[in-house]
Design a protein around this ligand. Structure first.
Ligand SMILES: Cc1cc2nc3c(=O)[nH]c(=O)nc-3n(C[C@H](O)[C@H](O)[C@H](O)COP(=O)(O)OP(=O)(O)OC[C@H]3O[C@@H](n4cnc5c(N)ncnc54)[C@H](O)[C@@H]3O)c2cc1C
Length: 381
């Protein structure tokens, strides 16, 4: 006989772990199923850090960030462990660069503190960075990073402490959606529940096809690099902001980074990577060419690390939507199925809020948080 739950969550990444936590907060009997080990390195959510910021090129994300910081602080209080490290954040780039100009405009309208710095002012305050004479720079003091793996495991441990059932190494092989319940099968077990939340990351497209839904989701292979300059102090979290350079590199959008903490090394990466139809086919072996392609940028803008050795490089997956906005919505055919997918390389910071939104959409049919950008109908008409 299938084991019965109020809700089943597929995928224990940033989104599924958070959804499981909020479902338990709402007293639901919840089962979380993960195909690999918890905190594995095959998906999108593992590792040292992910940038968290208010400074965004869409006002909707600025508003969502206002909901998000307090939720993270609440989770870290419950955990008794720091998850969010606020280093300040620096956005910079050439005048007229669309995403930078939109970020400045959104901050102007936000009511939040920020400063526009000249290149000289930016380099005086952050001598690690050298900006071109015509560059613009925006500094926002509350930005920083979330400790990624700690946050994912934190949500899971809080949920387990309240009775959530978590099964790792347990891949969902089949989903059968009934009129008001869902049956889920794995290699050895069958489970049923009144609600289902699908947060399957780069695997979501194939899994959701079983429910008659084909979403435009593309897995991207992205590389992170951690640099180890001899003189590391200026690149430590206590001395250096998170940063986003709105300049084109190997990939169209930006180059970004996070200061070193806990011995991680100074993180630098391109925002983006090549697309693959199937996440299982993606090599997890980093490329030296990726770092080589970043050196000219380092020489120009962060000269102190340009010659530094690489401490470590890792591969991680984005799941890209065509407009790079998330999907946080109910299934168009099945209101008792909620979907969190397509976080396009910028979802982690919001994961505690997205988890809460998915829980609310599954239980209440709607969420009080602004989900106007995240509707499936924009793709399915
Ligand atoms: C290099 C890189 C840098 C990033 N930097 C930032 C940043 O600075 N700031 C930010 O906000 N965001 C950032 N992101 C984005 C962020 O990390 C992702 O948006 C977020 O982690 C997505 O979480 P997820 O839960 O959707 O995916 P995942 O973590 O991939 O979780 C999906 C889970 O579902 C499981 N699964 C799939 N199919 C099945 C199945 N059939 N049965 C059981 N389990 C299944 C998978 O194994 C996986 O564990 C970055 C991402 C990358 C890759």
């Amino acid at each position: 006989m299938p084991q019965v739950f109020d809700a089943i969550v597929i995928g224990a990444g940033a989104m599924g772990s958070a959804a499981t936590y909020y479902l338990r907060q709402r007293g639901q009997r919840v089962l979380l199923l993960e195909q690999f080990a918890l905190d594995h390195r095959q998906g999108s959510s593992y590792g040292h850090s992910r940038i968290i910021r208010y400074a965004y090129d869409h006002p909707e994300y600025v508003e969502l960030a206002k909901d998000t910081f307090p939720l993270w602080f609440d989770v870290q209080d419950k955990l008794g462990e720091q998850l969010v490290v606020q280093t300040g954040g620096l956005d910079f780039g050439p005048p007229g660069e669309a995403s930078l100009e939109a970020t400045i405009a959104a901050m102007r309208a936000s009511g939040l503190p920020y400063e526009l710095l000249t290149p000289a002012e930016a380099s005086a305050r952050f001598p690690q960075f050298r900006l071109a004479d015509d560059f613009k720079a925006l500094y926002q003091p509350e930005s920083g990073f979330v400790k990624a793996s700690k946050a994912v495991l934190g949500h899971i441990n809080l949920a387990k402490a309240k009775g959530a059932v978590v099964k790792e190494g347990t891949a969902v092989t089949a989903i059968d959606v009934g009129s008001n319940s869902v049956a889920v099968s794995t290699a050895n077990e069958a489970y049923s529940a009144g609600r289902l939340i699908v947060t399957a990351g780069a695997w979501a497209k194939r899994l959701l096809q079983q429910t008659g839904l084909d979403l435009p989701l593309a897995p991207l292979r992205c590389q992170l690099n951690f640099m180890a300059p001899t003189e590391m102090a200026p690149y430590q979290a206590e001395n250096c902001p998170v940063w986003i350079a709105h300049v084109a590199g190997l990939f169209p959008e930006s180059i970004y980074g996070i200061p070193s903490h806990g011995g991680s090394g100074f993180k630098i990466a391109f925002h983006g990577g090549p697309a693959y139809p199937n996440p299982a086919e993606i090599s997890r072996e980093p490329d030296e060419e990726n770092v080589a392609a970043l050196r000219p940028f380092m020489r120009a803008h962060i000269p102190g690390i340009a010659g530094a050795p690489v401490r470590e490089s890792r591969i991680c997956l984005y799941t890209q939507t065509p407009d790079e906005h998330f999907i946080v919505d109910k299934h168009p055919e099945h209101a008792h199925v909620a979907i969190g997918a397509g976080f396009s390389g910028h979802g982690f910071k919001f994961s505690t809020t997205v988890g809460k939104m998915l829980c609310e959409i599954a239980l209440d049919g709607d969420t009080p948080h602004n989900d106007s950008l995240f509707k499936i109908a924009r793709f399915t008409g």
